[in-house]
Design a protein around this ligand. Structure first.
Ligand code: SG4
Ligand code: ZN
Length: 262
């Protein structure tokens, strides 16, 4: 059924095509970014992030990921620039991670996986009436992706990893106000960009991807906190840990990945 996709043995990424034929589409995500095959485009503008007036609402576990949601009723919290023709409004951010540090990211770079990946999801409110409408339009969404790498403890992310215990189970939610995600971005905003899709069903081909070259560093302890979450609900008999919630790289199918940097 359309509600039971996941990351397990029977409902994982290699089975998604059965219910979602777009899984074999022409602009699917994620991809392996082969740095030698990317094309430097000197006319690509820098990414311009304005998150200062953002209003985070809550943190939730939706059974696939953990997500922080934002109020998105005006254009105060947007990204612009890069290849984007419009400002794109921040809707939510969420993470993908592995059971071990050797895997977890969705995108890979020259075949290398990172322990995790942060996705800041934005929608084109200049052109579409709602997030849902934008989510299936070719220029509807822009996702800013940041690799997670282990290293020093990340002080801004700490507030979030310390809140995870409140949303251990599927369909749980807690208040999470005044969290500015600009604190999660690395200093350098050099990026790769390409036209792709949502990395989960319904796999709509609606995403302009902006993948930052520089990762966000967090400690091993912080990484472990993500692995204490569950895919399952509190009342379910079989509790399964939320980890390895990533889709592997998909065929490029003739697409070009552009680089904002040399
Ligand atoms: C995660 O499962 C999020 O929790 C989903 O957000 C998101 O779906 C999905 O990933 C796909 O997004 O950036 N990885 S991705 O391509 O944003 C959407 C919700 O379910 C539509 C709200
Ligand atoms: Zn994602």
């Amino acid at each position: 059924g359309h509600h039971c996709w996941g990351y397990g043995e029977e409902n994982g990424p290699s089975d998604w095509y059965k219910d979602y034929s777009l899984a074999n589409g022409d602009r699917q995500s994620p991809i392996d970014i082969q740095s030698e095959q990317t094309v430097y485009n000197s006319s690509l503008k820098p990414i311009w992030v304005s998150y200062d007036a953002c209003t985070s609402l809550s943190i939730c576990n939706n059974g696939h990921s953990v997500m922080v949601e934002y109020e998105d009723c005006d254009d105060k919290t947007v990204i612009r620039g890069g290849p984007l023709e419009f400002p794109y409004r921040l809707k939510q951010f969420h993470f993908h991670w592995g059971g071990k540090d050797s895997r977890g990211s969705e995108h890979t770079v020259n075949g290398k996986s990172y322990p995790g990946e942060l996705h800041l999801v934005h929608w084109n409110a200049a052109k579409y009436k709602s997030f849902d409408e934008a989510a299936s339009a070719p220029d509807g969404l822009a996702v800013l992706g940041v690799f997670l790498e282990t290293g020093e403890k990340h002080s801004v992310l700490h507030r979030l990893t310390d809140a995870l215990y409140m949303v251990r189970f599927k369909e749980t939610k807690a208040q999470f106000k005044d969290f500015n995600p600009s604190g999660l971005l690395p200093d350098c905003l050099d990026y790769w960009t390409y036209r792709g899709s949502l990395t989960t069903p319904p796999l709509h081909e609606s995403v302009t991807w902006l993948m930052l070259k520089e990762p966000l560093y967090l400690s091993e302890k912080q990484m472990e906190k993500f692995r204490t979450l569950f895919f399952s609900g509190e009342e379910e008999g079989l509790r399964t840990r939320m980890m390895d919630n990533f889709r592997p790289p998909q065929p490029l199918k003739g697409r070009t990945v552009e680089a904002s940097f040399r």
